[in-house]
Design a protein around this ligand. Structure first.
Ligand code: GLU
Length: 505
């Protein structure tokens, strides 16, 4: 067999917003493809019209655009293996269903929902399989002519796979090793429904992986139970030679306690579980997203990259390119990954520190506009450079830097009590005169002059600085005081001092 080009796919069903676990799955497919010079395909699995949600596909695409995860083929990108929406491939699946019927590897079943319900009530843990299929209404129990007559008269039916019981089915998983199950535990899954003339997920998924020449199926652990059925379908079709290798990624777990991460955990603990904000078209409910929370795309990628994979040492900061270079399925873990959202915030903090003041200023601009503040870009860049180490998110910059843009309207009461001493007004009046004498308001110049004034008078430095800060900032926070002085400039510093002296006297 000649070596096939490595091809992987991300195959979401557009049934709602993409969950953060889905983003992780797509990311690992992307890293694996890029690392191995392969191709990544986006395939929209929209055969279940009842679960289709308008806007979901657009949402998925926008999410990946934001994150910088690109596809080589897909509904927008096109490609030689399209169309890439299963709803546009409808006519393609029927011959595969017919093939299985012809070979006796599948059969037609007419059981109505009521009949199935009755069976479930009658037999505990009822399963449509080798033990029960001969007591059901299907082409194995009805005469041939009767089956044809029912189809001709327009009776709805489904096609079910005929699972041979008592066989060992082995899934070769690149992360989990060999996973063997006995076919007797499997049921005769529905592969096709006459009602909408469409295959179900299982059949469409297998047929498309084959037709799109997929070599590796990398997906979430929740699909592992379906894998034996998929392996069986490959066998039934005689496609063992092109059967993709499987890799089932570990579950994302709750940050606290046990079990699978859910939307409710996000609501409960206050973190997003979706990449972008999502408005439910049915209820109008708005769920926040990582983008709206102020995440840097590369920080989210770094965070997700380490949820189920590790580089083998304790380095933690990896750019997307480094992740591509280092990624391997061998280093993916079997056990679930705790979704430590605080770690996500830490990553965002790290990525903000790596950005230049100019870049952060650009990201901060919308917040400033919202606050009605206008300031020259180089000034904003300088300010964010002074306070960025105090924030995890861009929007938090406002809290840390508002005093640079607007003079304090009030002075924090506690700070005043503690830091504006009896003689503070007098001292600040003196400081005002000292500052008025200085022309060069750069940090070194003001710092040197003010410090020598303090020294020559043997004033307590702490008291002076505390009062000065209170006058400029309105409370006791902020970066180095002479940094603030430099940014504010002479006029503003003098005016703030005057105001504080007048009001706090
Ligand atoms: N459509 C499935 C999903 O929504 C695809 C599962 C798979 O990758 O095989 O996740």
């Amino acid at each position: 067999m000649s070596k096939r080009k490595l091809r992987v796919r991300f195959a979401p069903s557009p049934t709602g917003p993409l969950h953060i676990g889905g983003v992780r799955t797509a990311l690992y497919n992307y890293l694996f493809a890029k690392k191995n010079n392969g191709e990544l395909i986006l395939r929209i699995e929209d055969t279940d019209s009842q679960r289709f949600v308008p806007g979901a596909e657009e949402y998925i695409i926008e999410s990946f655009q934001w994150l910088g995860i690109t596809f080589d083929e897909g509904p927008r990108e096109g490609g030689a293996y399209g169309p890439y929406r299963q709803s546009e491939r409808k006519s393609l699946y029927k011959p595969y269903v017919d093939y299985l019927l012809e070979k006796g590897l599948a059969y037609i079943a007419f059981d109505t929902p009521e009949q199935l319900e009755a069976k479930r009530n009658e037999i505990p843990n009822f399963q449509y399989d080798a033990t029960s299929r001969l007591s059901m209404v299907n082409s194995l129990t009805l005469p041939k002519e009767e089956v044809q007559a029912r189809i001709n008269s327009g009776r709805q039916y489904v096609v079910r796979i005929k699972i041979e019981p008592g066989q060992n089915i082995t899934v070769n998983d690149l992360i989990r090793g060999e996973v063997t199950v006995n076919s007797s535990v499997l049921d005769d899954k529905v592969l096709y429904k006459s009602s909408d003339n469409l295959p179900t997920y299982h059949l469409a998924n297998i047929v498309d992986d084959r037709l799109m020449a997929i070599t590796h199926v990398i997906r979430g652990e929740e699909w592992l139970p379906s894998a034996p059925l998929h392996v069986t379908l490959y066998r039934y079709f005689g496609w063992e030679d092109t059967m993709p290798a499987f890799a089932h990624l570990p579950l994302l777990l709750k940050p606290d306690g046990n079990g699978k991460l859910s939307k409710r955990d996000g609501d409960r603990l206050g973190f997003p579980v979706f990449p972008l904000q999502w408005t439910d078209p049915a209820t109008g409910t708005v769920s926040t997203g990582y983008r709206e929370q102020g995440y840097v795309p590369d920080a989210l990628i770094n965070f997700l990259g380490l949820l189920g994979w590790n580089p083998g040492d304790d380095r933690e900061i990896f750019s997307p390119d480094e992740l591509i270079r280092l990624f391997s399925l061998e280093r993916c873990s079997k056990s679930g990954a705790k979704f430590d959202y605080r770690k996500g915030e830490w990553f965002n903090h790290q990525y903000i520190q790596l950005k230049s003041g100019e870049e952060i200023a650009r990201l901060f601009l919308p917040v400033l506009q919202e606050k009605g503040v206008e300031a020259p870009p180089d000034k904003v860049a300088k300010i964010v450079g002074l306070v960025k180490e105090r924030v995890n998110f861009i929007h938090e910059l406002w809290n840390q830097s508002a005093f640079f843009f607007v003079a304090p309207a009030i002075y924090d009461e506690k700070t005043v009590k503690k830091r504006w001493k009896e003689d503070s007004s007098e001292k600040m009046q003196e400081l005002l005169t000292v500052l008025q004498e200085i022309d060069d308001f750069s940090i070194h110049s003001t710092e040197a002059t003010v410090m020598s004034w303090i020294e020559s008078n043997a004033y307590p430095t702490g008291n002076i600085m505390n009062a000065f800060r209170l006058a400029l900032v309105g409370e006791s926070k902020g970066p180095h005081i002479f940094d603030i002085v430099e940014v504010l400039g002479k006029e503003e510093v003098i005016s703030r001092l005057k105001k504080a002296i007048a009001e706090l006297r």
